[in-house]
Design a protein around this ligand. Sequence first.
Ligand SMILES: [Zn+2]
Length: 282
Amino acid sequence: MKNTLRLAATLLLGGVSASTVAGMTEWLAPQDPFPLYGNTYYVGTHGIGAVLITSPAGHILIDGGPPAAADQIAAHVRALGFKVEDIRYILNGHEHFDHAGGIAALQKLSGAAVLGSPSAIAVLKSGQPDKRDAQYPDLVPLAPVANTRAVRDGEVVKLGPLAVTAHFTPGHTPGSTSWTWQSTEGGKTMHMVYADSLTAMASDSRSFSRNPLYPNARADGERSIATLEGLECDVLVSAHPDFGDLWERKARATFVDRDACRKYGTVAREWLAKRLAAEAQP
Ligand SMILES: [Zn+2]
């Protein structure tokens, strides 16, 4: 059971391990881009989230998928009628291969500034995984990213009419960040949330709850779940869209679900409880 969970976790939640090849199939599964709400569009693959927030003053892209998804994401932006060269900022959820590996290529194509938490930016700049990360033994280097800048927790990234707020949600990695903004359609304004991964995961040789390099991982994880649950949240997109029920909402033809962030938090709490129970066994 534990192995099944770990395999599922690796496939769905973005560890890069022995299951990378199987994970890749899922991460690169094709997905036509589509509008989420107002000026916000889904431009990721079927397995890995990426979001484009558009404005006449330029666009903001959140996450870049794994390296092999960068071309798909760029093609999705163009298919929606926007120019990759008009992306001014690329924001990162967390500093793992499956969400950040494609950012170097997308940064080159766009010339955008790449923003994330200080811990995430340290990994993106150097390309070297964070030794504190509970998945460190399974992580692979990233292509180093140019034109990076670290943001503060609560910082608002502004571009023309756009304003996107950083919420640090560490735990899954030390640098995890979720992002919120507002989008308007037909006179109705919605609170949009890009939720980063909240799952407590560790490589076989590592512990999530007793990691001397990252002793706050558990406390951070618990606080980050509470942060997510407390957000004003009308339209949720998560770093792995399956975990935020994106495809179920797409099938219902509405992405608005005011309980989506609380449900996402509940799932993360269950994962954390399972992980801690497994680690408590001698
Ligand atoms: Zn991850």
